[in-house]
Write a protein that binds this ligand. Structure first.
Ligand SMILES: [Zn+2]
Length: 158
């Protein structure tokens, strides 16, 4: 692995351990040339995922980018990041297993909202308001009502 600081080719692994419920390996590396430290992750990738955006443009799925947008919704929330990464790994695995490796950004947004609904209610409402482009308070009321309806559906079906 090339050093991101000085581009030296010979970096060393100092420590490696399983993370994200054993679906990934985290490696601490150091560069003997410039002595900088950095971390790499090794993750299973079943297949490449292409995201189809609402304007029809396509781009490769980027886990880091998605995580960043989720962290904005979770700003200053008491969230367990290890748990978030576990959940995010599950979500990414679902995306990778979805048919032909193409997902719409709308579908991803929906899955993120389901995940946040379990993790953090405040983060969920923040993410949902951006995702649904809320303009007024009644939009929130409708969202919360729809959640209530969904919860009772789940209860009756199980
Ligand atoms: Zn270096």
């Amino acid at each position: 692995m090339r050093c991101p600081y000085c581009s030296s080719e010979n970096t060393q692994v100092k420590d490696s351990r399983p993370v994200e419920d054993n679906t990934a390996i985290r490696r601490r590396r150091t560069c003997p040339v410039c002595e900088q430290r950095f971390t790499t992750f090794e993750r299973v990738q079943l297949q490449d995922v292409t995201v189809i955006k609402s304007d029809g443009k396509r781009e490769s799925f980027n886990r880091g980018k998605l995580r960043h947008s989720i962290m904005i919704a979770l700003r200053k929330r008491p969230i367990d990041e290890a748990r978030l990464d576990d959940q995010l790994s599950l979500l990414v695995r679902q995306l990778e297993m979805s048919g032909d490796g193409e997902v719409t950004s709308k579908d991803i947004g929906k899955r993120v909202m389901e995940m946040l609904a379990r993790l953090d209610p405040v983060g969920f409402v923040r993410y949902a308001s951006v995702y649904n482009d809320f303009q007024q308070a009644s939009d929130f009321t409708r969202l919360l009502e729809s959640l209530g309806g969904k919860a009772s559906d789940d209860a009756s079906s199980s």
